[in-house]
Design a binder for this molecule. Structure first.
Ligand code: F6P
Length: 548
């Protein structure tokens, strides 16, 4: 039932990788490119509309062979099967992990505790479809009988980041509805959003798996109070819907039972955009596009389940990540989408990745002795080139980066697209090649620079190169390809968690801060002298109380 519990550092492959690392850690990738004319094609995976070139990595064929041995020794295949067949692999929470079922066709057979879950999933999908059609077509109206113009998603973490990222990414496909997101408990967030809204034409979608989250409930209450300034309690049913597993709490909030979109405990929050949590995606981009997003993700699921590991995109990318994290000891990885539509992709991935694999206790309950959970960050290109690329090119840290681009633009302006993609291609070339002393000298000479100045400037103008990148070139940004891309990273995270021997689907690390904030909130309103806490926390609390 449970996932294998193998310490990766105790495998034969790990020991071999350590030895192998010593031999190749200082090799410049350019050496491999000049020795092996087939390197790029051998290290490129073509799958459907994806072209993934991982040849610009500090690894050779032997490295991949050993990493694949590591995957085998840590029983990755068994783990994948267990996830898809609905075993309780989220052992610490006693749950199955079945976000993949949400994007499976109706004919699939997936059971939880002996019950086929596909009919329920498709019943909710139908509810999403009907609701979306009614709102988009203006059949379902607000309390003054006007059609809806705006949708507000009220949620945080997985109940915000996934939908927000996808709605942004699929802007090109959007309909007339304007979608807004309120997540932060900082009142500025809700305030600024409310300024843009008319209560008569706004639909509010409260998304909370648990329906106990402080931020979401505070924002939902503030919004309801605002709504009731112009409407009556009876009108709430027309304007508020909820997505949750906690039907009781939703009803207590005052939401009509017909306006509840259920979800299930076997869907983790950060993997939930495929469920009714994606209602705002369906509303904003239309149900058909939501369905296509799911279909794309399902294609990636099938690829992940069935492709050999050496051509399996999530597996290969996960292994490359492990190579840098555990052998080169890199601490972070950048994800650079060469598309403004991927503006929120890195932010979304931060939760998916860091909440999943930011763990220091393994599946045996022992403290790990190796690195897990990379820091993920990034911004779209080309903006990022003018911001933090300096550090990637010439800084002291090794930062492997994924470059994601789309061959065909949606806007159709060839000039912009060619410029964007020339940057996309040039940057990985620059990171690989660098610029040698000789190249710097001849460049400066060609600009008639004096010998003295050349010598002075040279150290600053040299680029070492040898900076690793993966290039993901996808035909075009469509709901399907976006679905595939998201599922690719989801599975990459799972593979890394399996190999690192951590539980990727719990998140106990977010609890302590929440508990302490609850205590501090009570102390803020007390007039009694505060005696708890360390002196720093106590002083901060006392100082803050001066403001209230
Ligand atoms: O704080 C972490 C977390 O539990 C996430 O895992 C989750 O996505 C988020 O809070 C929101 O939770 P909920 O959907 O239950 O409001």
């Amino acid at each position: 039932m449970a996932l294998p519990k193998i310490n990766p550092t105790h495998t034969k492959a790990w020991v071999k990788l350590q030895e192998h690392f010593k031999g190749i850690k200082d090799v410049h990738m350019m050496q491999w490119f000049s020795e092996d004319k087939n390197r790029a094609s051998d290290m490129t995976i073509r799958w459907e509309d994806f072209y993934v070139d991982y040849s610009k990595n500090r690894m050779d064929a032997k490295t991949m062979e050993l990493l694949l041995e590591l995957a085998d020794e840590t029983q990755l295949r068994t783990a994948i099967d267990k996830q898809f067949q609905g075993d309780i692999i989220n052992e610490t929470e006693g749950r199955e992990v079945l976000h993949t079922a949400l994007r499976s066709p109706k004919s699939a057979k997936v059971t939880v505790e002996g019950q086929d879950i596909m009919p329920e999933i498709h019943e909710v999908k139908l509810k999403i479809k009907d609701f979306t059609t009614d709102i988009v077509d203006g059949k379902r109206k607000g309390y003054t009988n006007k059609a809806f113009t705006d949708v507000v998603n009220i949620g945080i973490g997985g109940s915000d980041l996934g939908p927000a990222m996808v709605v942004d990414a699929l802007q090109y496909y959007k309909n007339h509805l304007t979608t807004h997101f309120v997540s932060n408990v900082d009142g500025d967030h809700v305030n600024e959003v409310l300024k843009k809204l008319n209560p008569e034409t706004t639909l509010f979608v409260i998304v909370s798996k648990t329906f106990t989250t402080q931020e979401t409930l505070s924002n939902a209450n503030t919004i309801k109070d605002w709504f009731l300034k112009s409407a009556s309690e009876n009108d709430v049913a027309k304007h508020f819907v909820a997505v949750s597993t906690n039907i009781e709490n939703v009803k207590n909030f005052g939401i009509d039972e017909n306006n509840i979109f259920p979800m299930w405990n076997w869907v983790g929050g950060r993997f939930s955009l495929w469920s009714a949590v994606g209602l705002s995606i369906s509303l904003g981009a239309g149900y058909d596009n939501f369905d296509k997003l799911l279909a794309g993700a399902h294609d990636m699921d099938e690829h992940f389940k069935s492709a050999d590991f050496n051509t399996n995109l999530p597996v290969v990318l996960a292994l490359i990540g492990i190579w840098y994290t555990n052998f080169f000891k890199s601490e972070s990885e950048a994800v650079i989408g060469y598309s403004q539509y991927l503006n929120q992709f890195a932010t979304y991935l931060q939760q998916a990745n860091m909440e999943s694999n930011g763990k220091s206790v393994d599946r045996n309950g022992d403290k790990v002795t190796y690195q897990t959970g990379n820091i993920v960050w990034g911004e779209p290109g080309t903006n990022s080139q003018h911001a933090f690329f300096q550090l990637i090119h010439q800084g002291t840290k090794l930062i492997p980066a994924d470059f994601i681009g789309f061959g065909k633009s949606l806007h159709g302006n060839k000039d912009h697209q060619d410029k964007l993609m020339s940057n996309f291609i040039a940057q990985t070339e620059a990171l690989l090649n660098g610029k040698s002393k000789n190249e710097v000298v001849s460049e400066l000479k060609s600009q008639n620079t004096s010998e003295d100045t050349i010598q002075q400037l040279m150290p600053f103008k040299v680029f070492e190169g040898n900076k690793p990148t993966n290039t993901l070139l996808i035909d075009q940004l469509t709901p399907e390809s976006l679905g595939k891309l998201i599922a690719l990273y989801e599975h990459k995270i799972f593979v890394q968690g399996v190999i690192w021997n951590v539980y990727s689907y719990d998140q106990f690390g977010v609890e302590l801060g929440k508990q302490l904030a609850t205590n501090i909130l009570k102390e803020i309103s007390t007039t009694e002298t505060i005696v708890n806490h360390d002196s720093s926390t106590r002083n901060l609390l006392e100082h803050y109380k001066n403001f209230s």
